[in-house]
Design a protein around this ligand. Sequence first.
Ligand SMILES: C[S@@+](CC[C@H](N)C(=O)[O-])C[C@H]1O[C@@H](n2cnc3c(N)ncnc32)[C@H](O)[C@@H]1O
Ligand SMILES: [Zn+2]
Length: 309
Amino acid sequence: MSAPAARPDGSKVVLCPACGTVSKDLGPGPGGRPSALCRHCGSLERHRFLALAAAAFRAAAGPGLLLDVAPSRQLSSLLRTVANGAYVAIDFDPAADGRLVDVQASLTDIPLPDRSVAMIVCSHVLEHVPDDRRAMHEMARVLVPDGLLLVLIPWRAGPTDEDPSATESERLRRFGQADHVRYYGDDFEDRLRDAGLEPTVMQPHQVIAPDVLEVTGIAPDEKLWLCRRSGSQILDMGTLAETVGRQATSQLVEALRQVVAREPEPEPPREPGPAPTPESTAHSMYRRLRRTRLGRQSAALLRPLRRGR
Ligand SMILES: C[S@@+](CC[C@H](N)C(=O)[O-])C[C@H]1O[C@@H](n2cnc3c(N)ncnc32)[C@H](O)[C@@H]1O
Ligand SMILES: [Zn+2]
C-alpha cells in the first residue's frame, strides 16, 4: 500500500487522478484498510491506477467496443471518454452501488456477439461470481483476437479458497466479504488459461514512477492481469509498460497544472522582454508548479518541464 506523500512538515497530501482533487490524506477503505479512499470521489487504489493507465491500455487494445463490467462511478466517465463513445456497461444488479449500467446482464451470459469487444474492464467482479469459469469463457468469446481484458481481483499467495456451501458469516471470515464466493490464489492464471485467455501480470511499481505512486496513493504491488485471447499476438509488455509510465506521468503533471490553475498564485511583475517561447512557457510553468506544495513533493515529475523539454 502506498502512503500519501509526506509534506516537508511531515503531514500528508494526495492528488486523486480519478477526480483531480487534492486532499490532505486518504480515508480508510473496505475492512478499515488505512490510506485507501479518496475523500472526494471514493476512489480506491485500483481506481486511481486505472485512471492513470486507462488511455494506454485503450491504445494497446485498439479501437472498438469497451465493455465495462460493474462500472465504478469513479471511473466510468473516464472509460467512456477513452472509448470514444464505443462503450457499454453491464451488471446483473444495476441497483448495486448506484451503478450507471447500460444493459442489465450477467458476465456468465454476455449479450454480445463473438469477437465484438476490443477491451474489457472487469475489476473486483469474478470473486462474486459462482461460475467464474463460465464468466471467463464468455469474456474470451466476446474479445476480438488482439483485444485486451483487464482483470483485478482480491488475490493472495496459496491455493484458492472456495466453498459454495459457505454461509454468509463464513464467507466474511474466509473470503473477506459476505458477497464473495472465493478468495483467489495461485491457480487463478490456470483458470484464465483454461478459459482460452493468455494472462500477463502488471503491477503499478513496474510501470509508474515512485513519485507518481506516492502522490496518487496507488498501491505499488496490486496485481492487474492483462489478458488476450489465446492465439492472439503476444502483448508487447515492454512498449505497454513504457507507454503507461509516460502517460501516467504526463497526466499527473497536467493534473498538477490544473490544481495550480484553480488556485492561482499572484504572478510576479513581468519585465518587458522577448515574447514567450514554448520553452520559456514550460520553464515558467515549472517554476510555478514548484512553488505549490504538491509541486515541491513531485520535483522529479516536473523535471522534464525545467528546461522546457
Ligand atoms: C465490488 S463490485 C465491483 C465494482 C467496480 N467494478 C470496482 O472495481 O469498484 C462487484 C459488482 O459485481 C457485480 N456482479 C456480481 N456478479 C455479477 C455477474 N454475474 N454479472 C455481472 N455483474 C456481477 C455486482 O452486482 C457488483 O456491482
Ligand atoms: Zn478522487
